[in-house]
Design a binder for this molecule. Structure first.
Ligand SMILES: NC(=O)C1=CN([C@@H]2O[C@H](COP(=O)(O)OP(=O)(O)OC[C@H]3O[C@@H](n4cnc5c(N)ncnc54)[C@H](O)[C@@H]3O)[C@@H](O)[C@H]2O)C=CC1
Ligand SMILES: O=C(O)C(=O)COP(=O)(O)O
Length: 420
């Protein structure tokens, strides 16, 4: 049986708990495939809630969770994480991890995982569909028809074949979109801060300004970072052709929505499709407020770019498997904020996991414990990342209790566990 022992910060109390006492808190309607993976791995304390929790409830509920699963809505700030004394890892059941204070988590020895690929196809498909609908003026024609009108006209209606798609952020989603768009006969240009291999006949442009001025369809696929915050404002919109459209399925903070609303009202743009907003409702019961409401040439969607059953099911499996691996075996492969270690099985041995501040002296203190007590280390793995070190040692069962107690006392210890 696997057991885990977690010490919050030394000299905090050591709690030895078995698998059935490890608590998983899943929020925001994570797909049941995640629960199935956790159950199959022998975990039974799993609470899955349909929505995000208000801050005060989140702080209360996270306090006794060992693992928490969230999507894009839940904000795990440093303040919220300070209530998470037992938390070993966070699973973001999505791509974006901007909702988690990654360095605060790392400093507390909390690993953060995500699903970097599972919903990329869903976003790319939606964007492509929106590009076609916008270039045909469908949002407006649809709205008018619902009001009893009839807008049969070819004016401002275009095929996307032969038009230029400008992709801002040529990563996992941007590249998929690039390939799909070329298959429909579009020409693709992109702008990325990193050097990226252009797929097919796509062309890299050297500036955002050039992309905004060139493209008939501009689609944003950058992460939320200080550099992407409000990167599309009045000046960038003014560069677009009046016959062009803007699609944002990245993060709400990338576009200045007031500037966009006024560009759309002034017909400086043909239309827009927006899936993400600076302020999004907490749940389906809350009201959605936006200056873009009421504009017929805008497709508004409630942050559902990645919300397909296929994507959600895959994400549930992928992230739950990462949490299980970390809990059962200590593997941190693909953690977004943490030293990455891929570990083999440890049959017949107890495995000690020690997460510490990456400061001089910690490793020698650890090694001294083993030499002072003459404990043989069968295997040792070490990885550091920024200010945190992660060392894993496989030892004989007879010594693990003693070694764990000693490890927890090493100055600089953030967390320690034993698996067996
Ligand atoms: N609407 C939705 O439901 C979904 C939204 N997303 C959002 O889409 C974003 C992108 O996803 P992926 O393509 O998987 O991420 P990715 O990390 O694979 O690609 C992002 C690309 O943006 C580039 N980039 C970063 N900063 C930039 C800047 N200032 N200017 C230009 N390029 C920049 C990066 O170099 C990278 O190539 C996610 O971070 C997430 O916020 C992701 C999935 C679903
Ligand atoms: O994957 C992402 O980054 C998304 O934005 C999708 O978020 P969601 O899981 O739908 O809240």
């Amino acid at each position: 049986m696997d057991k885990a022992t977690t010490t919050p910060t030394p000299p905090g109390p050591r709690t030895s708990i078995d698998k059935h006492k490890i608590r998983f808190l899943l929020l925001e309607g994570i797909h049941p495939s995640a629960v199935a993976v956790l159950r199959a791995a022998g975990y039974s304390q799993i609470e899955s809630l349909p929505g995000a929790l208000p801050d005060d409830q989140l702080k209360a509920r996270i306090a006794d969770a060992h693992f928490v699963g969230i999507r894009s809505r839940t904000q795990l700030t440093a303040e919220v994480l300070s209530h998470a004394q037992r938390l070993a890892a966070v699973g973001c059941f999505c791509i974006g991890t901007n909702q988690v204070d990654l360095s605060a988590a790392r400093e507390r020895g909390i690993a953060v995982f995500n699903a970097p690929f599972s919903n990329t196809r869903s976003v790319a498909e939606l964007v492509l569909a929106e590009a076609i609908l916008l270039m045909r003026g469908i949002p407006e024609k649809n709205a008018v028809a619902h009001r009893g009108g009839w807008l049969k006209s070819a004016s401002n209606s275009f095929e996307i074949r032969g038009k230029t798609l400008g992709i801002v952020g040529y990563g996992a989603i941007g590249t998929q979109l690039s390939v799909l768009a070329e298959a429909l006969g579009m020409q693709v240009v992109f702008f990325d801060v990193a050097t990226k291999l252009p797929l097919g006949n796509a062309r890299a442009l050297t500036s955002l300004d050039e992309l905004m001025a060139t493209a008939d369809v501009v689609s944003l696929h950058v992460p939320e970072t200080p550099a992407t915050q409000w990167m599309i404002g009045a000046a960038q919109l003014a560069r677009m052709k009046p016959s062009a459209v803007l699609i944002n399925a990245s993060r709400g903070t990338v576009v200045q929505v007031d500037a966009l609303a006024s560009a759309l009202r002034n017909q400086a743009l043909l239309g827009a499709a927006i899936d993400v907003f600076p302020e999004e409702p907490h749940s389906n019961k809350d009201t959605f407020e936006s200056p873009l409401r009421g504009l017929d040439n805008v497709i508004l969607t409630p942050h559902i770019g990645g919300s397909t059953l296929e994507a959600q099911e895959n994400i549930g499996i992928e992230v739950a498997e990462k949490l299980v691996k970390y809990s059962d075996n200590g593997t941190t492969t693909s953690a977004v904020n943490f030293p990455e270690v891929a570990l083999p099985a440890h049959a017949g041995k107890h495995r000690l996991l020690h997460i510490h501040r990456n400061v001089p002296g910690v490793l020698s203190s650890i090694n001294r414990i083993f030499s002072d007590h003459q404990i043989n280390i069968a295997a040792q793995y070490l990885q550091t990342r920024e200010d945190v070190g992660y060392v894993v040692m496989d030892i004989d069962a007879a010594h693990s209790e003693l070694a764990l107690a000693e490890l927890a006392r090493v100055p600089g210890t953030l967390r320690s566990r034993v698996l067996f």
